[in-house]
Design a binder for this molecule. Sequence first.
Ligand code: GDP
Ligand code: ZN
Length: 295
Amino acid sequence: MLQGIVVKAAGGFFTVRDDIGKEFVCRARGVLKRGQATLIIGDRVYFSAVEDTSSRAPEGIIEKVLPRKNSLYRPPIANVDQLAIIMSLKSPPCDWQLVSRLLVLAEKEDLSAFICLNKSDLVKEKDITKINELLQPYPYSVLFTSALKGEGIDLFRDKLAGRSSVLAGPSGVGKSSMLNALQPGLSLQTGTVSDKIKRGKHTTRQAELLALNFGGLVADTPGFTRLDFSGIEPAELSAYFPEYEPFEGQCGFRDCVHLTEPECAVRDEVGRAINKMRYEHYKYFMEELNKQEAY
Ligand code: GDP
Ligand code: ZN
């Protein structure tokens, strides 16, 4: 049997890409459909090739699905390795609180993440210096890029190579331009409002995983289009700030949530090992979660 990844799912047909990049249009065995709600893109499957399709595209039958490492909803994608958060430095300016919010959602799903600050061509050297100061220290890697000038694209490529990635970030920051700078022809399914109306509710296009020619997959639809923290308990939040980890267990109170408690080891490190701005976001999110709890 062959092994591959579902890269496209539409109308009961699944496009499965094998290890060497050959794609098979597959149907799933009945037992599979009953066993699991649905197969989604990113699912790793065992399949058998249908013989004698010489006149048509290769076909196959999916026999078995491997357990998922994780899965995202809206759009549904299984086995995502990482989230690439794209923001622009200017037009629109970077929304750091949104970055922290996306990072919390990524941590919750156990995805690694990095940040790409695009449109570096629009800012001066001193603006970059200021941002580097703001990020002293910062627990995620940050790349400066310009999709327009082709700057930093090689760093972005290195990050995506060999992994399955989902991009996130507001519209207009250059997500589509970044993909296109990497590999001409690759673009995000942006879907303007009028397109969505034209397509109607029932014909919404499914997300697809695009194969990168240097190895790796990237979803053609932005992830985390819903940004609320539903399903997160206030006491859970600190676990999604990885920079707190070395200090957990060192606070005066065992159940310390690092807000106003005395002898808080986390708060002691704010401005030192813990970024001040990140801690402000943490407090803001805590308030949001506590309000959520109250309803
Ligand atoms: P998306 O909505 O995040 O996919 O953003 P797009 O890729 O559609 O880009 C939005 C706008 O920003 C377009 O007009 C792009 O030409 C422009 N843009 C994208 N990247 C850059 C960049 O690095 N520098 C500059 N100056 N403009 C850019
Ligand atoms: Zn504490």
